[in-house]
Design a protein around this ligand. Structure first.
Ligand SMILES: [Zn+2]
Length: 231
């Protein structure tokens, strides 16, 4: 079930109260329109009735997509620094739904699900995009690591992250996203073959990093670069 509650939040530009319908969980099988709204970046976005400024509320919900075998704990970007603690929390939520206390049928379904934790809208959207484009998210993260070794001037900073935006003419299109407002600041394209080469090398040079990335539900280069701190 997709559960909503309504809250009023102050407009960041003028302070007027703006009503938001927030979700605790998104069921993509029953409500595909919500999944589509995450992809087109309209989900949990409202325009201020007083001044017209459009803004979003940070994600804090779980997404279940049985059809695509995906379960995600979608959390605010600001909590990424505490990713180890967030992983533990997400694992506990998952266990309550699909773990020892569930029926055999539900446990069997849970065993087929890919379990993920994401921070911020761009990271969540990227996971859904991977499914739509037939890309494996672990391989995509490895491809990013390979890319960063080759680009001369990447705007790497503590508040930027590289996120897939789409696939165009057999090229993967990435954007550097700045944390504040989650806005793209620079674009980067790479031949899809770069991804295919990493995918074909599953047991080779990439095996060790692949295992590190897949060691928990936070499947993201951030788990290699961000020293997790308790929030
Ligand atoms: Zn306003």
């Amino acid at each position: 079930m997709s559960v909503f509650r309504t809250v009023d939040l102050p407009c960041p530009a003028c302070g007027a109260a703006v009503g938001f319908e927030l979700v605790a969980s998104v069921n993509a099988d029953r409500a595909p329109a919500l999944r589509a709204a995450i992809l087109d970046e309209s989900f949990q976005r409202e325009a201020c009735p007083a001044c017209g400024t459009s803004f979003r509320v940070d994600p804090r919900f779980s997404l279940i997509d049985h059809g695509r075998r995906l379960w995600i704990a979608a959390l605010p970007l600001a909590e990424r620094r505490g990713w180890e603690r967030a992983e533990a929390g997400a694992n506990a939520v998952f266990e309550r739904a699909y773990g020892a206390g569930a029926s055999a049928t539900i446990r069997a379904i849970g065993a087929t699900l890919r379990r993920r934790v994401t921070f911020g809208w761009a990271a969540l959207r990227e996971k859904l995009l991977c499914d739509d484009l037939g890309l494996d998210d672990i391989t995509l993260e490895l491809t990013k690591i390979g890319l960063l070794g080759r680009v001369a001037s990447a705007p790497i900073a503590h508040d930027t992250e590289l996120r897939l935006q789409g696939l165009a003419d057999e090229r993967l299109v990435f954007a550097w996203i700045r944390a504040a407002g989650e806005t793209p600041i620079e674009w980067l394209q790479v031949e899809r073959s770069a991804y295919d080469e990493v995918a074909a090398d599953a047991a080779g040079d990439w095996a060790e990093l692949r295992a590190e990335l897949a060691a928990g539900p936070f499947v993201d280069t951030g788990r290699l670069t961000i020293a997790s701190t308790a929030p």
